[in-house]
Design a protein. Structure first.
Length: 489
């Protein structure tokens, strides 16, 4: 390979915008991608050369592009590349994280608590090459059973209490489904083979695990996460009479409405309104320790900011669709039919509006706090500085979100400061932040963190515990962490 630069100059920022805060986190996902697809992984130096010297082979570019979930051309130099229009002042990338837990049992308290309250389910499959047809079919069967289970999970216990005839049967269905789902979870994680007991010509056969015979397959692990997602959706303008305040809808409008004169097959004016849903995420993959996935959540963050503007205008009594000051919500469009309006959103307005659906997930294998080094800090100087800032911010966030913050205030031994910190100031993070701002205390807290974090070898937990406990130990540890000078020798 020659030494001519062929990678975009902002590749590091591009990677971060895709949810990979450091090169080390990206490297772990590259290794997992290569493992899952039977490819030979490249080393740290190759990725470092790509980002520092802006040089990479086609093979490297293709692998990184797949991990970042982009086209290889997006990583290359493109002198004609233009940024998206900024007329709406909407940031290009705003990623959010979805934390995951391993789903090993259908009796998981977290899963049972949340599956019935979530309004939508989303399945993400990342298993590479399926070992055999049966295992591939088992993943589909798992999705189908979960869908059925979530519907029956609509609290059949209350039906039993009300002596509703037939509710006992519903309860039995739920228990049977739990057994079937648990068998699938166990079999997929253990790597059992599957075979069908039905006619081989059946296009949708039921498969069963064969635990006692056959060669074991590569396991498929199942992860579960709960995540809210707010987006926008077109609603007929006729729904808003006399410019009454925007409502926040929890369900998508499918184009039909028997309660008004709206006709989905005729030209209508539509207003973009907010829609909120709580998603249950199921991720099936080969990796035994998947911790989270990221996705571009530009739409949710922008819609929520818009809603804040709308609510404030409502409270002030000056609500109007004109000059609303929002980026998405309240925007008006005319379309020949409701389907045409949906097509306009998905195709015609991409340069003006962010995508309104959940997509483009990136898998983060391993946590930033558990990288390949003893203290979890990356070796690259740029990534090291970025990770340091991340951990400092995390310390500050956790400390201000803990009621033991009072110990820190008492530790400073400022009589006037302690007396000014009341019970009302310690109710929650918001009240503490207000007090910190009022007393200009942030600089003090950040100094404690910046001293102790490197002293404790960037251990976030140890840093925050020492600060939150306050007292004599905090005083001793701060003195120990002080840089050594000539006077100390």
């Amino acid at each position: 390979m020659n030494n001519i630069k062929n990678i975009r100059s902002d590749i590091a920022e591009f990677r971060k915008n895709k949810g990979f805060k450091t090169k080390d986190v990206l490297m772990r996902s590259v290794e997992e991608y290569c493992r899952s697809n039977n490819l030979k992984a490249f080393g740290d130096k190759t990725l470092q050369r790509m980002e520092n010297e802006l040089i990479a082979s086609d093979k490297t570019i293709n692998i990184v592009a797949n991990v970042l979930n982009v086209s290889p051309e997006d990583l290359k130099i493109n002198k004609t590349r233009k940024k998206l229009p900024r007329t709406e002042d909407i940031p290009l990338e705003r990623f959010s994280e979805i934390n995951l837990i391993p789903l090993r049992t259908i009796k998981s308290p977290f899963f049972n608590k949340n599956i019935s309250v979530s309004t939508k389910r989303k399945f993400i499959i990342d298993v590479g090459r399926a070992d055999n047809w049966g295992q591939h079919r088992a993943t589909k069967q798992f999705m189908s059973l979960i869908d059925n289970y979530s519907k029956i999970k609509a609290d059949p216990i209350n039906e039993v209490k009300s002596d509703n005839f037939g509710s006992q049967e519903e309860l039995k269905k739920m228990f049977d489904l739990e057994d079937d789902i648990q068998e699938l979870i166990d079999a997929l994680v253990e790597g059992y083979e599957f075979e069908s007991s039905q006619d081989s010509y059946d296009s949708n056969p039921i498969v069963y695990a064969q635990s006692q015979r056959g060669k074991k397959l590569n396991p498929i692990y199942i992860y579960y996460g709960l995540h809210p997602f707010t987006t926008y959706w077109p609603y007929p303008k006729s729904w808003w009479k006399d410019n009454t305040p925007l409502g926040q809808f929890t369900e998508y409008f499918d184009g039909e409405d028997s309660s008004s004169t709206f006709n989905p097959n005729k030209p209508n004016e539509y207003i973009l309104a907010p829609v909120s849903n709580l998603y249950s995420f199921f991720v099936l993959c080969r990796h035994p320790k998947l911790e989270k996935i990221t996705y571009n959540n530009q739409v949710s963050k922008t819609v929520l900011e818009d809603m804040d503007i709308v609510y404030k205008k409502q409270q002030n009594g000056d609500f109007s669709f004109k000059n609303l000051g929002t980026k998405i919500i309240g925007k008006s469009y005319t379309a020949s039919t409701f389907k045409a309006m949906l097509k306009t959103i998905s195709e015609g307005l991409r340069s003006e509006l962010p995508n309104n659906i959940l997509k483009d997930f990136n898998f983060i294998y391993g946590s930033e706090d558990k990288l390949n080094f003893d203290n979890g800090m990356p070796k690259d100087p740029d990534d090291w500085l970025a990770e340091t800032q991340i951990r400092q911010d995390k310390c500050y966030e956790i400390i201000t979100n803990d009621s033991r913050f009072y110990n820190v205030v008492k530790f400073d031994d400022w009589a006037s400061l302690s007396k000014s910190f009341t019970l009302d100031d310690n109710l929650d993070q918001k009240s503490r932040e207000a007090w910190i701002k009022k007393k200009n205390y942030k600089i003090v807290l950040e100094e404690y963190v910046s001293k102790l974090l490197p002293y404790y070898d960037y251990n976030v937990k140890k840093t925050i515990e020492t600060i939150l406990n306050g007292g004599k130990k905090l005083d001793v540890e701060l003195k120990k962490s002080k840089p050594i000078t000539v006077e100390d020798i």
